[in-house]
Design a protein around this ligand. Structure first.
Ligand SMILES: Cc1cc2nc3c(=O)[nH]c(=O)nc-3n(C[C@H](O)[C@H](O)[C@H](O)COP(=O)(O)OP(=O)(O)OC[C@H]3O[C@@H](n4cnc5c(N)ncnc54)[C@H](O)[C@@H]3O)c2cc1C
Length: 288
């Protein structure tokens, strides 16, 4: 199908892009990798009269370490995340997840920023951001603000930012010692979205769990944390029996939609299984 007619803009700075967004309120959309927006335009689910291509904005690119935080430009592609020596050393969860997103064509163009802002419950980065306790830098006509990932995902295709704001960067904490991660994703075939997926980050103090975040993909209207399961495990020496109890709490928190990937009951059970595996993987890594 062919998208409806639009005017194309290619700004070279964030300021220029924000000016365009304010100039065409309600009518403009940012174009990043295009792998979610263009299919929606072709189906006429999105019909922006102005398309603002942010691929030429250099300040939105790059991965750097700033103290105990890694800053990832919103226009960093999945392939760049996979190839980043810094991320592979200091925050390996992100490249591990990017490797399982779609196929090389999508990964070469699709960006971490687009994946987060799109608000698709099947996108993988939102849950990863929740598990990592990431923060997002948003820039708009009133200036810049930094918001936590926790609370950013509001519902399907709904995130906590204004239409005239741009996600410029993502801040993720460098893993402290005795921290481990797990990511498990069930998909029907290579290139498909998750039927269910879970991202977990655990920090141990001695044998006990000092902190844990368990986040789910495609288990509800948007990515979310299974907080009751986290509360059950915090402060405990995590045993198989406790993991099983946590998995029950995960299931209680899930409310997936039925779709071609499975009915709600199947997806709920698979979400719990992905969480079980991710908790175990995270513990193994945290113990070194
Ligand atoms: C076949 C296929 C399989 C896929 N499988 C997966 C998968 O398994 N897991 C997964 O996570 N994703 C998957 N995707 C989605 C893919 O990762 C997309 O690239 C991603 O959802 C959107 O990123 P993008 O850079 O392409 O953004 P675009 O499509 O360009 O934009 C998406 C939305 O975000 C907005 N936007 C983009 N960047 C910004 C920004 N910096 N600030 C504010 N708004 C912005 C746009 O205006 C638009 O509304 C798949 C896509 C395809 C085509």
């Amino acid at each position: 199908m062919i998208p409806s007619e639009f005017e194309y803009h290619a700004p070279h700075s964030v300021a220029e892009a924000i000016t365009l967004l304010t100039q065409y309120p309600e009518e403009a959309r940012l174009l990043a990798g295009g792998h979610s927006l263009l299919p929606m335009m072709k189906l006429r689910f999105a019909e922006p009269a102005h398309l603002i291509d942010i691929n030429g904005i250099k300040e939105l690119k790059g991965i750097s370490e700033q103290g105990n935080v890694i800053r990832i430009g919103a226009m960093t592609t999945e392939s760049e995340l996979i190839d980043s020596a810094l991320l592979n050393e200091k925050c390996p969860l992100i490249p591990a997840v990017a490797r399982l997103i779609a196929d090389p064509q999508v990964r070469n163009r699709g960006t971490i920023g687009g994946d987060i802002v799109h608000g698709d419950p099947g996108n993988d980065h939102p849950a990863v951001m929740l598990a990592l306790d990431a923060r997002f830098i948003l820039q708009g006509p009133e200036g810049e603000r930094t918001v936590p990932a926790n609370g950013f995902f509001l519902g399907t295709y709904s995130v906590g930012m204004a239409a005239d704001e741009i996600l410029t960067a993502i801040l993720v904490p460098v893993f402290a010692s005795s921290t481990g991660y797990g990511f498990n994703k069930l998909k029907r075939k290579t290139g498909d979205f998750a039927t269910a997926a879970s991202s977990v980050v655990v920090q141990l103090q001695g044998e006990s769990c000092a902190d844990i975040r368990i986040a789910l993909t495609n288990a509800g209207p948007c990515a979310f944390r299974a907080e009751a399961a986290e509360d059950l495990l915090k402060g405990q020496v995590i045993t198989d029996a406790l993991i099983e109890q946590a998995a029950q709490k995960v299931m209680a928190a899930c409310e997936p939609d039925e779709d071609l990937r499975g009915d709600a009951e199947y997806k709920t059970h698979m979400s719990a299984e992905m969480a079980r595996r991710s908790i175990r993987d995270a513990l193994t890594k945290a113990k070194g």
